[in-house]
Design a protein around this ligand. Structure first.
Ligand code: Z5A
Length: 208
């Protein structure tokens, strides 16, 4: 692999998507045609269909184990058809959420055994891991207030504060376990200040 794989993570509403778009604009300006932006669950047509099943509002009987299997099914297609070919072509891949989200939401949030998630990670990804993960961290209430105006919450957005607190804790645990890969960004600040910090991190990684 000759490209560079960057993932954006954090609890709802912390501003990942906003910053992923800013990073895309910055990097695409420096490396035209060599940067792609994608997301999980999703990134392929079947992956987007799986996303809809997983996030559809209401009680559809889908539990944490089923969520884990769904996201890894979508991830397999995403890696095979989008991420690996792009990295092999030397591109920079920006992905809005990846496997840290499975550890945080299905592991931390739903209580699925981490060992099972790690096994699926090895099976589906082989040795593929992000080169850099930007973890946007802010109090859960800050993120939820930012998305508060959305009309209809999806299945996960309708979860309790304590669920999102477990998710946040789990993300922070991951950042302590993998400090060389995961950079924690204080996401309670204004979007421009955060974008400045990300530009510095991208520069440190030789990307701009
Ligand atoms: N999920 C999972 O369970 N397991 C997995 O393995 C994976 C995913 C991969 C969909 O993800 C769901 O999938 C997610 C976890 C689950 N759970 N839910 N729900 P998603 O990434 O598509 O959904 P999301 O986290 O809900 O995204 P989001 O709500 O769009 O949040 P965001 O991307 O972090 O924020 P944003 O869209 O950039 O900004 C939100 C609002 O805040 C918007 O109005 C902005 O203009 C505003 N904003 C942004 N930055 C700022 C700052 N700095 N200050 C003030 N306001 C700001």
């Amino acid at each position: 692999m000759t490209g560079f794989f960057i993932t954006f993570e954090g609890v709802e509403g912390v501003g990942k998507t906003t910053q992923a778009q800013k990073a895309f604009d910055l990097l695409d300006g420096k490396h035209p045609g060599k940067v792609i932006m994608t997301r999980e669950p999703g990134g392929t047509s079947s992956g987007e269909a799986i996303r809809n099943i997983m996030l559809e509002a209401g009680n559809n009987g889908i539990d944490g184990m089923t969520e884990m299997l769904l996201v890894f099914a979508a991830r397999r297609l995403h890696i095979r058809d989008v991420i690996e070919p792009s990295l092999k072509a030397g591109k920079i891949v920006l992905c809005d959420r990846f496997t840290d989200a499975t550890f945080a939401y299905q592991g931390g949030g739903r209580g699925v055994d981490e060992k099972l998630i790690a096994q699926l990670q090895d099976m589906v990804q082989n040795t593929l891991r992000p080169d850099l993960t930007l973890l946007f961290d802010a109090p859960v209430e800050t993120g939820l207030a930012r998305i508060g105006e959305r009309s209809k919450p999806d299945r996960l957005e309708a979860e309790t504060i304590s669920f999102f607190q477990r998710v946040r804790r789990s993300y922070l645990d991951l950042s302590q376990r993998y400090p060389e890969r995961i950079r924690v960004i204080d996401a309670a600040r204004g979007a421009d200040e955060i974008a400045d910090e990300i530009r510095t991190i991208l520069r440190e990684n030789g990307l701009c």
